[in-house]
Every structure is written in C-alpha cells, then in structure tokens.
Design a protein around this ligand. Structure first.
Ligand SMILES: [Zn+2]
Ligand SMILES: [Zn+2]
Length: 262
C-alpha cells in the first residue's frame, strides 16, 4: 500500500514520540501540523490542474489566505504554549495584515526573528514544496551551500549510502530541495580544514551527526541514513533536540533553525 511522504513523516514522528519523551511535545504538534500540511498540499495539487504553473516569485495569496485560518486553529489548539499564543493573537488580528505577512515570509530568506515568523513558515512549507516540485531544478555542477531553489540556508544534512561510504547532501527545511554538498566543508563559511570541523554523535542517537565548525562557530545536524535506514531526515532532526542544546551550550549556533524554530 502506497503512502505519501507526509504519512511516512507522521508515522516516523509517532514512533519517535513514543521512544523519546524529550521530543514528545514538539512531535505531537508536528504530527498535527503535518496532517494540515498534507491537506494543503493536496488542495494545491487539485487547484493546479486548473491554473498556470505556480510562480516561485510571488505566493498565490487567495489560495493561501483561504487556508490560513484553519492552520492557525490547529496551532492554537495543538502547539506548545508559546506558539499557541502566537497563533491565538494572529487569529484575532486583522486578516488584511495577513497578505503582507505571508508575502514577507515567502520572500525573506533569513531565518525569522520571532515565533510568528516560524509559524508562518510552517504554514507556507507545503506550498514551497509544491511550487518547487512544479519548477524543475538544474543541479548539474551546483556546489553552493544555499538552497538552489529558494536560497535559504540548509536546515540539515543527509548522508546516503554511496559505495563504501556516505555521500552528503543538504536539505532545505522550507522547499525540501536536496542537493549534493562535499562532505568535509562547512556549509556556513566554506572551511575545508578537517581539524576545524569536529563531528559529534551521542550514544543514544548514533545516526545523528552534529557537524560543527570551529572557524564560524556554526553547526548543522546530519542524519546518517547509512546507520539508520528507517530515519526520516526532517523528523529525526526535529526529534533530536538534546543535541541542539548540547551544541549551543558548547558555543555553536545552528546554521538555520528548523521549522519549529529550534
Ligand atoms: Zn529551499
Ligand atoms: Zn564554518
């Protein structure tokens, strides 16, 4: 029986939430958000048969504004307290300010400065994934660390089996583009000296690498699928919160926060 990528992510999140109490709250919200995101993605697929291809430059506001209130309702009901409050405030704000806010979050590639920005990005994520899937990427010879589709910094890395080792790629947390990137190079500053690029793993989460850079003091987590083929990069990254706390306590800043703002 075929499952959509969303259903696979939800199943993985349910599995990890049961295994890791430290991530249960965040994954519980993720599961509800992902169900909403899947619904939005399917609505976009249906409406795209009637319309021209969606433009990567400007979001389709009527389509998005129609779905935004139901996303806010999910967040108000299911998100951790701080995000739920933000959703509540947005619900009660003038809906004519929403267009500007959605457009701003769509075009601004820096990580949001506040929880509201993360909430809006989580809402827009399936839309970004959908638009990217309708606009083929030319990845031949692409070597940069920024997302080749939306220009954002990567939210995580992925190691996939290739020959005897693992090939690294980077994953955009917004449009979910994935592109190859050399393994021993810092995606933050381009540092190539391996002595300045320490990698840490924890015994409890052996398939998650915390890849640090002692030149620019950033880190990115990479999900090693050669060690755990059942992992879902996006979900396993979200679930490994203790590693973020550890890295940040040791003076490293995350290259780009994930959609839940961690
Ligand atoms: Zn992207
Ligand atoms: Zn660096």
């Amino acid at each position: 029986m075929a499952h959509t990528a969303w259903q696979q992510r939800i199943r993985r999140a349910e599995h990890l939430a049961a295994q890791h109490p430290f991530a249960a709250e965040i994954l519980a919200f993720y599961i509800h958000a992902a169900r909403f995101q899947e619904g939005l993605y399917q609505r976009l697929e249906r409406s795209s048969t009637r319309k021209n291809p969606f433009s990567p430059l400007e979001p389709d506001l009527p389509e998005l504004l129609a779905s935004f209130p139901s996303f806010l309702a999910v967040a108000e009901d299911k998100a951790p307290a701080r995000l739920a409050q933000v959703a509540h405030d947005l619900c009660n704000s003038h809906s004519n300010s929403w267009s500007d806010m959605l457009t701003h979050c769509w075009t601004n590639i820096d990580s949001p400065a506040d929880p509201q920005g993360f909430l809006v990005l989580a809402f827009l994520q399936p839309y970004a994934e959908f638009v990217r899937s309708r606009n083929p990427l030319q990845l031949d010879g692409y070597t940069l660390s920024l997302c080749p589709f939306c220009n954002r910094k990567p939210a995580l890395g992925v190691l996939r089996q290739q020959g005897d080792g693992g090939r690294r790629s980077l994953l955009c947390g917004f449009c979910l583009a994935e592109w190859a990137f050399r393994r021993v190079v810092c995606p933050g500053c381009g540092q190539e000296d391996h002595t300045k690029l320490p990698v840490y793993t924890a015994e409890e989460l052996p398939h998650i690498r915390v890849e640090c850079c002692d030149a620019c003091h950033t880190y990115i987590k990479s999900i090693d699928l050669t060690k755990n083929g059942l992992a879902d990069p996006l979900v396993d990254e979200l679930a490994s919160v203790p590693l973020d706390l550890w890295a940040q306590e040791h003076g490293y800043a995350k290259l780009h926060p994930n959609l839940l703002g961690m």
